[in-house]
Design a protein around this ligand. Structure first.
Ligand SMILES: [Zn+2]
Length: 76
């Protein structure tokens, strides 16, 4: 019997953007939780999130900075 290498999805390690496949940073995940759904288990990168929310990336970075100043633990 020939066994082909099955691709097992890796859930524990690196997370990827569900839209473009980019590797996600801590802040990408934080932004998704903050702007979309706190209880999400899949995430997208900041650029895809900006497109989704129809805001510019600089606007999102400003908001992230603001949340950081407020002591939000979703961002570093
Ligand atoms: Zn993306």
């Amino acid at each position: 019997m020939v066994r082909v290498n099955e691709k097992v999805p890796d859930r524990s390690d690196t997370r990827q953007c569900f839209s473009c496949g980019a590797a996600l940073t801590f802040n990408d995940i934080g932004a998704y939780k903050k702007f979309v759904n706190r209880g999400a288990s899949t995430f997208c990168c900041q650029l895809c999130l900006c497109q989704k929310l129809k805001i510019s990336h600089s606007m999102m970075l400003e908001k992230i900075e603001y949340f950081k100043e407020q002591g939000c633990t979703l961002f570093v």
